[in-house]
Design a protein around this ligand. Structure first.
Ligand code: HEM
Length: 465
């Protein structure tokens, strides 16, 4: 098979494609596959190759030794959220992943489900008919509290959660922009930069204090942080090569590493879930038949009450709606890799140091990979239809060894949130919404999704579906 390569048109001097990428990220990503299977874009002065063919994306994701997390963009991420499992280079990744993986073991996930249930129920508890809410903001609050409470089961009160929330949000709002902004701009003594630095320092202080407290207590509190503290890399004894020579004996995570993992999980686990459910709400609002199907399923499974973890088997359509939202609007829409040696991708030679961009919507929205790629069709995720998709066609959680560690956690939480929200409430898009994705935010999310609430058991409920 031959794969075509081309350069994307429309690059400006100096900034390259930064302008269309910031203004219309999805439209830009979607346009790329028309030029070829491997398309060169310019991220400012850096040239990056975007795989637009599922097979090429698969190769990049699964060969993470050659297509590594590195280069100037990752240096900047590490300077902010540290060298955790999501940002560390391949040489350190396997050890880190082994150490955090027990925190996502199915038995642990069962313990987090009650937190997800409570937060989903609390989100809708004070809703009133006629009220207009900013859906993303509400969901972000719920998702952040869920991940914080999963991390620190017993120790974080409401006020501390709110403070954590502010700092995490400040960091997340600027993380991606700072990846691509030139250094002098990031260093200027501007309020925005000072605010960012204060938020990073605040998070560091808070997390370090919690870790110290847990270490003193010693007990397993059944939460993520206990699991990180208890983790021991037993396989390191037998598998020196996999740890890149970093450590070759039975060991765990030191305080700096735990700090970096906590920050990674807070950053990875909050806005991604909020963005996924926000896009699903938007899509359902625009597709009344799909909303009616969802309502039927949610009614049969929940009968008007909030969702519980045990309801998941009765909510397959809700899951398909979310999968389709993740295909059309993958929150993690742009990540980079750098080649560590000369390699070949789709028949094209790449010298070491080549930047490759993992941009899921370039494949997710490609005609030919998906039938009617722009259409919202949750049933394309029925097993008999999804089976024929090529590998690499659906990568909202990445793939290979660096695939999202929180995929099951994030999907479970998203299903519980969406089912609980729609169980008693009808959410209609209200005027003042702006569905364009936020420019350069860490997760692809709508600028403002305002929804008006009405109860589904009120007058007109039957007509509303
Ligand atoms: C629907 C929600 C979510 C989406 C769409 C999502 C997406 C992703 C993607 C695309 C990656 C891979 C990035 C790359 O290859 O460069 C990733 C990695 C990661 N995610 Fe998620 N994520 C979600 C939820 C979560 C949650 C809830 C957590 C934790 C509580 C989490 C933790 C992580 C971690 C630790 C990594 C790094 C994995 C590694 O490099 O080994 N994610 N996520």
């Amino acid at each position: 098979m031959t794969y075509t390569a081309a350069a994307a048109p429309g690059a400006f001097p100096l900034i390259g494609h930064a302008w269309p990428m910031m203004r219309r990220p999805l439209r830009f990503a979607e346009s790329l596959s028309a030029h070829g299977d491997l398309v060169e874009v310019r991220l400012g002065p850096v040239r990056a190759l975007v795989p637009c063919h599922p097979e090429l994306l698969w190769q990049v994701l699964t060969d993470d030794r050659v297509f590594d997390k590195g280069g100037p963009f990752y240096d900047r991420v590490r300077a902010t959220i540290g060298n955790g499992v999501g940002s560390c280079p391949h040489a350190e990744h396997r050890r880190q992943r082994r150490l955090i993986q027990p925190a996502f073991h199915p038995a642990r996930l069962e313990r987090y489900a009650p937190v997800m249930e409570e937060e989903a129920a609390a989100l809708t508890e004070r809703w009133e008919a006629g009220q207009v809410i900013d859906a993303y903001r509400a969901l972000y609050g719920a998702a952040l509290r869920t991940v914080l409470r999963s991390l620190f089961a017993t120790r974080v009160g409401d006020e501390a959660v709110a403070r954590f929330g502010e700092s995490v949000e400040t960091v997340l709002n600027q993380l991606t922009a700072r990846m691509f902004l030139p250094r002098p701009l990031r260093r200027l003594p501007l309020p925005v930069n000072r605010c960012f630095e204060r938020a990073v320092a605040d998070l560091r202080r808070r997390i370090d204090a919690l870790v110290a407290d847990y270490r003193r207590g010693g007990a397993d509190r059944g939460d993520l942080l206990s699991s990180l503290i208890a983790a021991h890399d037993e396989s390191a004894v037998h598998d020196e090569s996999a740890v890149g020579g970093a450590r070759g004996h039975l060991d765990g995570l030191d305080d700096t590493e735990i700090h970096d993992q906590v920050l990674t999980l807070l950053a990875a686990g909050s806005d991604s879930v909020a963005a996924t459910v926000s896009w699903a709400l938007h899509l359902l609002d625009a597709h009344p038949e799909a909303l009616a199907t969802l309502h039927r399923e949610v009614d049969a499974a929940l009968g008007g009450r909030p969702a519980r973890g045990t309801d998941l088997p009765g909510l397959p359509y809700t899951g398909r709606v979310l999968a389709e939202a993740l295909r059309l609007y993958p929150p993690g829409w742009l990540f980079t890799r750098v080649t560590t040696e000369e390699t070949e991708l789709g028949g094209h030679r790449l010298p070491p140091g080549t930047t490759v961009a993992f941009c899921a919507p370039a494949v997710h929205r490609r005609p030919g990979v998906y039938d009617r790629p722009r259409a919202f069709d949750p049933d394309r995720w029925l097993p008999e239809r999804a089976r024929s998709l090529p590998r690499g066609a659906f990568a909202p959680f990445g793939g290979g060894a660096r695939k999202c560690a929180g995929d099951v956690y994030g999907l479970t939480e998203s299903i519980l949130l969406l089912a609980t929200m729609t169980s008693r409430w009808r959410l209609r898009r209200a005027p003042g919404s702006d569905l364009r994705p936020v420019a350069l935010s860490t997760a692809l999310r709508p600028r403002r999704l305002l929804v008006e609430l009405s109860t589904r058991d009120g007058p007109g409920a039957a007509a509303n579906g």
